[in-house]
Design a protein. Structure first.
Length: 401
């Protein structure tokens, strides 16, 4: 007898069984499907880079301890290499940064020639794309090569922003101090000021806090880019493109604008009027409750000390009023963007630079995720749910009207 004896040799039975199994599989997949247009409830990756479920941790170390006690270079090493460095390893790490602090002339010339209305964060993205073509390890994609590429970007991108600032202001160019810290050199390059000890400490804390933010939209973009086989520069360009969007968090001019408007008028009246008009004050989130994000509280002492040193006490006092009123009236608490924006202002950065400066820190976290994703060799390919019209019949061109 032909066919399988258990089916009586009936091909129709086999075909029907296959269709039934396919329908059952599709039904199970549909019932198990979780739809969240924000992806906020979807676990899209397993990572050893960071955890933000409870007290934030980077590679298992409490972020608060790192903010208070570590340097940015130590945290960069931790994120990229998996552990805190010993003295010699940190010295080697910093020496690579110092040796790489020079832009190819073609990149400098292009940045200087860009229209002055291009936002600095987009200038930074262009610089990343350009630097990819001058990298000495273009065809190497292992962890060591990728880490070296990150270090070169960390060293060169502040200089790229400095070139941009120079074209904008026509002022004198600041020089890199080989013996200075990463934070002090960035401050000097981009604010035009020799940083005080207080300013340097505050900026170190800000850089550490900004370096890693979990699987946010820009980090997901970095991981998606390398999941297709893209290199580290592709990942950084993708992440920075997403980061430049106005709805992405981060220190930004809008937060400062609202704060300064409150400071220049009666703060209580200003805040109550905005709330009554249905406006959400930038830098606050009702989902956090009145206490807000704990990371915002960590930066508050730096804001107070720096405001006192730089003559911004009135602005800081207004910030306290705003924070209290928003908690009372809306139940919303501050996000890290609230103190980060004030710190950037007190440090002397132009508001247009806020997101670009923050991106210098974010490169470390983006890169840690990109390297992790690359080593897993897993293509990210989420499903979409079709909501358009079904079963439409095709009509030849001359019959449509």
């Amino acid at each position: 007898m032909d066919g399988n004896p258990q089916t009586g040799g009936c091909p129709e039975f086999v075909a029907g069984l296959r269709i039934g199994l396919r329908l059952l599989t599709d039904r199970i997949a549909t019932e198990a499907e979780v739809f969240d247009p924000s992806l906020e409830s979807i676990v899209a990756a397993e990572t050893s880079v960071s955890s933000f479920d409870d007290a934030p941790q980077l590679r298992g170390y409490e972020l608060e301890a790192l903010v208070r006690q570590a340097s940015f270079c130590e945290v960069a090493y931790l994120l990229l290499c998996g552990g805190l460095p010993e003295v010699e390893r940190l010295a080697d790490f910093q020496s690579v940064l110092a040796e790489s602090a020079e832009l190819p002339s073609a990149v400098s010339e292009l940045i200087a020639a860009l229209p002055l209305n291009v936002p600095p964060v987009e200038v930074l993205r262009t610089a990343v794309s350009m630097l990819a073509h001058f990298d000495p390890q273009p065809d190497e994609h292992d962890r060591v090569a990728a880490t070296n590429q990150v270090l070169r970007l960390l060293a060169r991108l502040p200089i790229a922003l400095g070139v941009r600032q120079l074209a904008w202001s026509n002022g004198p160019a600041a020089e890199i101090d080989a013996d200075g810290s990463y934070s002090s050199n960035v401050l000097h390059l981009l604010s035009g000021r020799e940083p005080t000890a207080e300013a340097e400490a505050a900026f170190e804390a800000a850089l550490i806090l900004m370096a890693e933010q979990g699987l946010d939209a820009s980090t997901l973009a970095a991981r998606a880019a390398v999941s297709t086989g893209g290199d580290l520069f592709a990942a950084m360009t993708a992440a920075m493109s997403v980061w430049s969007g106005p709805l992405h968090g981060g220190p930004r001019a809008e937060v400062l604008e609202w704060l300064l408007r409150a400071n220049e008028s009666d703060a209580e009246s200003f805040v109550r009027r905005k709330i009554s008009q249905g406006h959400a004050f930038p830098g606050f989130d009702a989902r956090l409750g009145v206490l807000g994000d704990m990371r915002a509280a960590w930066l508050a002492p730096y804001c107070r000390r720096l405001a006192m040193e730089t003559g911004h006490n009135a602005v800081e006092q207004t910030a306290d009023v705003v924070e209290r009123l928003i908690a009372e009236e809306t139940g919303a608490g501050p996000t890290p963007d609230w103190p980060l924006t004030r710190l950037m202002h007190y440090l002397g950065f132009d508001p247009d630079l806020f997101k670009a400066v923050a991106a210098l820190a974010r490169i470390v976290g983006w890169s840690a995720h990109a390297i992790e994703q690359s080593e897993r060799n897993q293509l990210l390919r989420p499903r979409g749910r079709y909501i358009g019209p079904p079963n439409r019949a095709f009509l030849p061109l001359d019959e449509r009207g």
